[in-house]
Design a protein around this ligand. Structure first.
Ligand SMILES: *[C@@H]1O[C@H](CO)[C@@H](O)[C@H](O)[C@H]1NC(C)=O
Ligand SMILES: *[C@@H]1O[C@H](CO)[C@@H](O)[C@H](O)[C@H]1NC(C)=O
Ligand SMILES: *[C@@H]1O[C@H](CO)[C@@H](O)[C@H](O)[C@H]1NC(C)=O
Ligand SMILES: *[C@@H]1O[C@H](CO)[C@@H](O)[C@H](O)[C@H]1NC(C)=O
Length: 227
């Protein structure tokens, strides 16, 4: 896989390499991750500096995929979604350890998916021109970055949904801490698309940008994740 990536970098930007399972790695300064479960299938393409495209066809499962940083931080992240169809969430998504937390700053909800079930409302904050509602829940015995275990899930859900803009993540992290939702040590932090069980075909092109991460290099790689 990574040999393939390396090879391609020197061969042709339009080349494609494929893996038929979950994938993650670093491509010229940007971390990316693709996971699919329960029959989810998604094609992930890194286009160039932090930009990626996702396509899914007749997806009967779910997936999470995106590009960003490892580790994350309380940084301002620019995202931009240029084309979308199908059913998905667009969010700043990440994990911390000690405590083990999975978090979402939800910016867009394509297809009007139901909000996640079982969330407890903890408060709200105003950031980046909208109010966000803060929620917390406890996830029991599910897959995490540390394997199957229990963990907290934090959400900021934007009231005025949008498909591009700047997210001042530090505002959320401070607001969460103030209502008893502390983060731990940052793990990965990505601009993520999350698709759900649906027989809808979708596609999304997105870009992630923050303080520039290293030299800008042209790159293209296709990752297919499915089970
Ligand atoms: C891919 O990751 C998902 C989510 O962590 C997991 O449920 C699934 O079993 C993984 N698939 C494979 C083939 O390892
Ligand atoms: C779409 O998915 C459903 C459920 O998995 C399956 O029954 C159906 O045959 C699929 N359709 C196509 C065109 O692949
Ligand atoms: C934010 O939360 C407060 C209660 O803490 C509530 O009174 C207020 O209406 C909320 N604002 C919005 C815009 O939801
Ligand atoms: C999804 O794409 C597949 C393959 O291109 C096609 O057969 C199917 O009809 C499409 N389904 C929808 C709901 O558009």
């Amino acid at each position: 896989m990574f040999f393939c990536l390396l090879l391609l970098a020197f061969v042709a930007a339009s080349s494609v390499c494929a893996a038929s399972t979950n994938s993650s790695g670093l491509i010229f300064g940007y971390y990316y991750i693709v996971t699919a479960e329960d029959g989810g299938a998604v094609q992930y393409t890194n286009n160039d500096d932090g930009e990626y495209t996702l396509e899914w066809t007749n997806n009967s499962g779910s997936f999470v995929a995106g590009a960003g940083y490892d580790p994350g931080s309380a940084q301002t992240i620019r995202f931009g979604s240029f084309e979308v169809a199908g059913s998905s969430y667009l969010s700043i998504y990440g994990w911390t350890t000690n405590p083990l937390v999975e978090y979402h700053i939800l910016e867009q909800n394509y297809g009007g998916n139901d909000p996640p079930v079982g969330l407890t409302w903890k408060g709200n904050l105003t950031s980046d021109s909208s109010v966000y509602d803060i929620y917390e829940t406890e996830i029991v015995h599910k897959q995490s970055i540390l394997g199957v275990t229990n963990f907290k899930q934090y959400w900021s859900i934007r009231q005025d949904l949008r498909s591009d803009g700047l997210v001042t993540t530090g505002n959320h992290f401070s607001a969460w801490a103030a209502v008893g939702m502390p983060l731990g040590t940052f793990n990965y932090q990505i601009v993520a698309a999350e698709g759900f069980a649906s027989s809808v075909n979708g596609s999304l092109t997105n870009a992630v940008e923050s303080p520039p991460a290293g030299p800008v290099r042209q790159f293209s790689c296709l990752v297919q994740a499915h089970i």
